[in-house]
Design a protein around this ligand. Structure first.
Ligand SMILES: Cc1cc2nc3c(=O)[nH]c(=O)nc-3n(C[C@H](O)[C@H](O)[C@H](O)COP(=O)(O)OP(=O)(O)OC[C@H]3O[C@@H](n4cnc5c(N)ncnc54)[C@H](O)[C@@H]3O)c2cc1C
Length: 604
């Protein structure tokens, strides 16, 4: 919590924090007669277009601005001798912002300037704090990069105290957790993002908004090929990940609260996968290998479900937090007597390190990330088997390769691992190969599936597909704030195991009635879908929950949302209102997710 010296103090402990310092100016005016005559205080104002803020100061105004071309200060490190002296004023830099403020409040244009303040601020790449225990160190907590320090300090202090004393804060703080950045967030990225955040401090941000600054940072070998196919990329823990593939008419991303021009391109991808076969890049998923004879015993002490004991079996498992909530969800596949492959959320890899390191590994057991070393694709859809069968000699029939199994195999002449799991809800396999083999695998899949209508499918289509199947996603439906019984994962918590992370905490909450439940809603929405965080009301205006994810279902032609509602209302048919763009949209709780409720497609 060393403020402007956050980088230097972190370096004393051997860590680099992605922080960058920028100058920031505000000025205070002389008395403004119109304000003096008011006899009451004015509200604070922030202009979302012109990036200035103002509030009353004495009988004048305090006006600050976030100019477009911010100026870095001491970018290589804050001088040890700096004593919070003011920097040289340079009001010309904020002139466009101030002129906009004068146009809004003409009295400001007549006011004299009493004093100018120019001081440095220290920014993270997304302007939220770098908060929490540093995963690579023991008992080392960080609270740096705080921009609105006056308003956030009390809350940050409380939550940090909880983290230190109780092992976990009461709120899901992933958005502020320093583990959301890895070593990939180097100086060039941090500089570009900090400048972008500074220049757009007050801008209205939209659902699904992707910002270009500082990218690309991490690409896979197939990136150029995906780009040539029209891929429009988003950022996922540093990686460039295809969001959707442009269809000739729409070649760029756009964002807003309403459906965007790429809606149709995403629809075409969803339909192609549901009717034939699609190829989704899953390289961004976190991948871990546990090796050694005692590996399964060790992992059993980490995760809540039973680690598979039969070679070739795969299982889904939650990871529980210190308060018994969902800290993660993983697929664990036993490849042989001494090798387990684990797949988890890519953006949470550094966050999860804290949990994996919390259980000492016995001699002979190794745990390592293979996220960078391996890349892969999910081949999914009713024709997935037909396509893959053309590229491998392995028997892919359900008898020989059932759902929730996995094994090493050769595909298109490349050594890989195939796991029969599904995030789309459709028949499919995730195939992982050495990163260098990724382009060859992609070309082989595209060529072998040409007559089957194969299409590359992006993450926006995947979001729609998994929602119509009712599958939760970590960071949205699954979070340490929710207990397993509230999100339907309690059947995967195995209390007959004597020991695993969060077991005692879960025992303390497991018989408590759910506070809220995860439900799937059909929403009467025609131009804008829920995207997450929309409040849910009863018809009389009582707030009863919130949306966690939402999307248009191209398969069923309706708008869907996953969300949490008060447990007593979580019954099929319950009518609710979802507030989208500030207006109530009629919605009803569905008895089950619309896609393949019996699991036939999944197990085909
Ligand atoms: C011009 C300007 C306007 C601003 N306006 C606002 C505003 O309107 N609202 C708002 O909320 N925020 C505003 N801020 C930001 C606010 O000042 C900061 O967010 C806040 O001060 C950050 O708090 P901090 O605790 O992280 O760091 P600091 O307040 O800088 O505290 C860090 C402390 O650590 C100490 N320290 C450093 N190194 C060591 C060491 N090695 N050993 C011991 N101690 C050490 C420092 O001396 C310092 O006291 C503004 C900033 C500027 C520059």
């Amino acid at each position: 919590a060393a403020g402007l010296w956050g980088r230097e103090v972190a370096r004393m402990a051997g860590i680099e924090l992605p922080l960058m310092t920028l100058e920031h100016q505000y000025f205070v005016t002389e008395t403004i007669p119109e304000i003096a005559a008011l006899g009451r205080r004015l509200p604070s104002v922030a202009d979302r277009d012109s990036e200035y803020y103002l509030r009353q100061e004495g009988l004048g105004l305090l006006v600050g601005a976030y100019e477009r071309d911010g100026r870095f200060w001491a970018e290589d490190g804050t001088p040890a001798a700096f004593g919070h002296e003011l920097l040289e004023a340079d009001l010309e830099r904020i002139e466009p912002n101030v002129l906009a403020a004068c146009a809004r409040i003409p009295a400001l244009a007549e006011a004299g300037i009493k004093r100018v303040i120019n001081g440095p601020m220290i920014w993270s790449p997304d302007s939220a704090a770098l908060f929490g225990p540093v995963p690579e160190l023991t008992n080392y907590y960080c609270c740096a990069g705080i921009i609105p320090g006056f308003s956030q300090s009390g809350g940050l202090g409380l939550l940090l105290a909880q983290w230190i004393v109780e092992g976990e804060p009461e709120l899901d703080l992933f958005g502020w957790d320093l583990a959301r950045f890895g070593a990939w967030a180097g100086k060039a990225f941090t500089k570009a993002r900090a400048l972008d955040c500074y220049a757009h401090r007050f801008r209205i941000h939209f659902p699904g908004e992707e910002r270009e600054a500082g990218r690309p940072v991490r690409t896979r070998p197939v990136y150029d090929r995906q780009k040539a196919l029209g891929a429009v990329f988003g950022l996922n823990y540093g990686w460039e990940q295809p969001l959707f593939y442009g269809d000739g008419e729409v070649t760029e991303d756009s964002f807003g609260f309403a459906r965007q021009p790429w809606h149709q391109a995403v629809g075409a991808e969803c339909r192609a996968l549901r009717s034939g076969v699609g190829i989704i890049d899953t390289s961004t998923f976190a991948k871990y290998e546990v090796t050694g004879a005692g590996g399964a015993d060790w992992l059993d002490r980490v995760v809540a479900n039973k680690v598979p004991r039969r070679n070739g079996r795969a299982t889904l498992t939650p990871l529980l937090g210190r308060r018994g909530g969902i800290a993660g969800d993983f697929t664990v596949t036993r490849l042989d007597d001494e090798t387990l492959l684990m797949i988890g959320s890519g953006m949470a890899e550094r966050y999860h390190k804290r949990f994996f390191d919390a259980v000492p590994r016995p001699h002979g057991v190794a745990f390592r990330s293979v996220t960078e070393a391996r890349a892969g694709f999910n081949v999914a859809g009713p024709q997935a088997r037909t396509l893959l069968a053309r590229l491998t000699d392995a028997d892919l029939s359900s008898a020989a390769f059932p759902f929730l199994t996995g094994r090493r195999l050769t595909v298109a002449g490349l050594a890989g691992v195939a796991i029969r799991v599904s995030f789309t809800g459709d028949l499919g396999w995730e195939i992982y190969v050495a990163e260098a083999d990724q382009p060859a695998l992609f070309e082989a899949l595209m060529a072998a599936g040409a007559d089957l209508g194969v299409r590359p499918v992006g993450s926006r289509a995947l979001a729609s597909l998994r929602i119509e199947k009712g599958y939760g996603s970590w960071g949205r439906e699954y979070s340490p704030e929710y207990w397993p019984q509230e999100v339907g994962l309690d059947r995967l918590v195995k209390l007959d195991k004597p020991e695993f992370l969060g077991r005692e905490a879960y025992l303390a909450v497991k018989d408590r009635p759910p506070r809220e439940r995860l439900v799937i809603l059909e929403v009467d929405a025609s131009t804008a879908d829920a995207s997450g965080s929309e409040p849910i009301f009863l018809a009389d205006g009582t707030a009863v929950g919130r949306v966690s994810s939402g999307a248009y279902s191209h398969t069923f032609g309706c708008s869907l949302a996953l969300g949490f509602v008060r447990a007593d209302l979580a019954v099929p048919g319950q009518a609710l209102d979802v507030a989208i763009l500030g207006r109530p949209h009629a919605a009803r709780i569905l008895a089950h997710a619309p896609f393949d409720p019996s699991g036939e497609r999944l197990r085909a």
